[in-house]
Design a protein around this ligand. Sequence first.
Ligand code: GRF
Length: 207
Amino acid sequence: MIKIAIFASGEGSNLQALIDAQDTGLFKGKIGLIFSNVPESGAMKRGENQRIESVAIASKGYPGSREEYDREVLELCQNKKIDLICLAGYMRILTPVLIRPYLYKMMNIHPALLPKFGGEGMYGHHVHEAVIKAKEKESGATVHFVTEGVDAGPIILQGNVKVLPGDTQATLAEKVLRVEHHLYPEAVRLFCAGKIKVGDGRVKIQP
Ligand code: GRF
């Protein structure tokens, strides 16, 4: 059984979608850890309500370096024998200390159709504002593996939404989030079923 950790800093609606998918038996995996860098986040509350082990290490005011922080997180994941890390609104850029040991075992969800509208500074409402400003006809969500470039890892799945005249960043964010809540559980299902292979830096989904 694949043991999953979910990392989140905010509201945690994707975290909730993953918990709900687990409860319906969508994937053969177990969410064994919720981790947050924001102790008072909605994500932590959801984890505690669901009686899933939930650990927070406040990044604000953390006395050490980013690498030291990530080393603590890595040790936590290794001690708990985590096989897959799902970043779900985890608002921190990771260092290689954590990325390398979990290469192709760590996913992220991004609220746009990567490689467009990704990279540093492209998070939350900034993404949707940029999509509207660029007069894109469609946007969507992307689940990808985490590598050392921000939002640059191999793409696993994408889901599209139409950008309609009159859409605001808020209406677009809502539509994209609805897609995310299906896309992320499906990516986890594929991972747990051993259907995701990476070759030449690209993902191949096996039938
Ligand atoms: C989502 O839009 C996700 O794509 C991005 O952060 C947001 C998290 O939302 N990485 P939530 O905390 O899961 O509600």
